[in-house]
Write a protein that binds this ligand. Sequence first.
Ligand SMILES: [Zn+2]
Length: 381
Amino acid sequence: MDHRILLSLKILFLVSVLVMATFAGCTAEEQTVGELQALVSEREPDQPSLLPDWNDGEYHDYDATTHMLTIFNDNFPDLVDVFSIGKSIQGRDIWCVRITNEKNNQAKLSCLIDGCIHGNEWEAGDACLYLADYLLINFGNNATVTHILNISKVYIIPLVNPDGRQQNTRWNADNIDLNRNFDVDFGRLRGHSIRIGKLFGWIKIPYIYIPKVGTLTNCGRRPFSEPEAQAVRDVMKTINYHDFSFYVNCHTAIHNIATPWSAFKPPSELTQQEINVHDSVKNWVDENTEYESTPLTYHPSGTVTDWCFKEFRVPSFTLELLSQDYEPGMGEGKHDHLVHWMNTTLPIFLYLLVNIENLHDWQLPTIQPCLPEGVPPPPLH
Ligand SMILES: [Zn+2]
């Protein structure tokens, strides 16, 4: 073939490829815009959402929590699955509730929110129950909640430490601090932990105070020595098969949100993307709620949040409810204004839930949640 004809054919081919690529690019862009518009309009007609009918002072102990989960299961059979993930030292079931639109069989993302790993931190468990109640009563009426339960499975463990809740103590029935019993930088004295476990198999010492060192809580003799920590570990491994996307571990009462690492000697570095996503959530909490994101002043070892991040590399948060001013010290026990703290905390859960796809992909969580009227309430002070 003549060289000029060949060259002309090559040029013609290149030009047509370029034209097709440009046209395809436009189409793709139009589709993306169209999809975005569909997404926006899907979320736009948000109906005013209901708030759970709770009263101040109506805290939920183990029996009341079990009762409430049973009611959820009975009233919302197509949304709720309640199951035990293990038994506490004293034989109580550790309940987990999975909330999702069970009629929608599409692939979904999963997340885990738990509370009351420290048994005396009442609002931490009740915030989990309140979230469950909120999602259930608004599904089908409120576009945001309906969207959340169509695309995700929300796993909630209201009482990680049911024995501690019943005895109103921080520790489990072995007097072990469960939030020091996970396998990450375990048992470090500088992490305020001491590995005494049960002395001679039966003497139970919750903590030791050493002048100039401070209070060292009993983390158990070895990681996962306690059945409650084993139960959380195992359910996380199960959830991880279902597109685990983020984790929140609730406490009282430092009044902030924290992200890995807490440990004195972290097992690895965070990537810049992981730092950016964690920082983005903390900034949102700073700007949109009365909670803060100041880092902890100490480095607890063996925490569940650090372990979750180490093991599954999902965005992981420690959320401390209540105000330090409100209850100086540990924030243990019951307080006034339960409903205030539930509604102060709810926006953080909703923000994370509407961003579950971004969090799953370690993309910045830029979607703003539609919040119910009066949520969050103005600060008490
Ligand atoms: Zn705590």
